[in-house]
Design a protein around this ligand. Structure first.
Ligand code: NDP
Length: 248
């Protein structure tokens, strides 16, 4: 799927929600989904960033997107219930959910972890995504075919020293995907993870401030996998953790 080529209308008629759509990989995925015909719901923390993505999508002549400003750190289950009701009223359907937003916190030895940072990371990277997904499940169940994608990481598959709560949250993400995908089995819903791999974004710059950014893949390089997982070409793929970058 690394060289997957989506047709221009691969996502036509689909409604797809992307979390963390204002920056990094989520921003590029949202624009790419819109370019391929999807109506994209842009959820994120910083309104100005979401508005810039909105404007870019409208300027492309793609379907008009929607903006959902929401800080997943503070959001409650009522926020997600209200969101599901709004999507049902406004669009009448939901075909895709890209759980992409995450925070990295600070790297360091677990022996010295900060409890509030740990809790924030687990809230944004795990709990909020579980509650959002649960709230949107009834709508996704009604879609002809629905794709839920969680975002994993290499440090969510094999522990790495000093990656602390972020690594733990990504192990939890893999576990959530595995558990949930087995529960849905062979239904209209498929649930998978994408592991982006090292990618040139603000988050990567926090983790590796000294590295040469030009040597990194860009979010655009990952889009064949992101498009494949949302298109009907991935129907039948369930319970997989997929690398968006080919192994060298
Ligand atoms: P960025 O930090 O560039 O972007 C993260 C996005 O998530 C931003 O739009 C940010 O919004 C949003 N976000 C953060 N906190 C919240 C919150 N509390 N509520 C709502 N939205 C929030 O990250 P990347 O694009 O690099 O990462 C995307 C995904 O890929 C993450 O899940 C990450 O763990 C994963 N990943 C990334 C890798 C990489 O090398 N880049 C490698 C492996 C995995 P705002 O800008 O407004 O804060």
């Amino acid at each position: 799927m690394h060289d997957y080529q989506a047709s221009n209308d691969a996502l036509k008629e689909k409604v797809i929600l992307v979390t963390g759509a204002g920056d990094g990989i989520g921003k590029v995925a949202a624009i790419e989904y819109a370019k391929h015909g999807a109506t994209v719901i842009l959820l994120g923390k910083t309104v100005a960033k979401l508005e810039a993505v909105y404007d870019e999508i409208v300027a492309l002549g793609a379907p008009q997107p929607a903006i959902v400003p929401l800080d997943m750190k503070g959001a409650t289950k009522q926020h997600y219930r209200d969101l599901a009701a709004t999507i049902e009223n406004e669009f009448g359907r939901l075909d895709g959910l890209l759980n992409n937003a995450s925070i990295i916190g600070s790297l360091g030895p677990l022996e010295h972890f900060c409890v509030s940072t740990f809790e924030n990371i687990m809230k944004v990277n795990v709990t909020a995504q579980a509650v959002l997904t649960k709230s949107l499940f009834p709508l996704l169940r009604k879609a002809p075919h629905a794709s839920i994608v969680f975002t994993s990481s290499g440090v969510g598959r094999e522990g790495r020293e000093f990656w602390g709560a972020y690594a733990i949250s990504k192990f939890a993400t893999e576990g959530m995907m595995q558990t949930w995908s087995k529960e849905v089995g062979k239904t209209n819903i498929r649930i998978n993870c994408i592991n982006p791999g090292a990618t040139r974004t603000a988050m990567r710059a926090i983790a590796f401030p000294g590295e040469d950014k030009d040597k990194l893949k860009t979010p655009a390089d990952l889009m064949p996998t992101y498009l494949y997982m949302m298109s009907d070409d991935s129907i039948g793929v369930n319970g997989q953790s997929i690398d968006a970058q080919p192994k060298n």
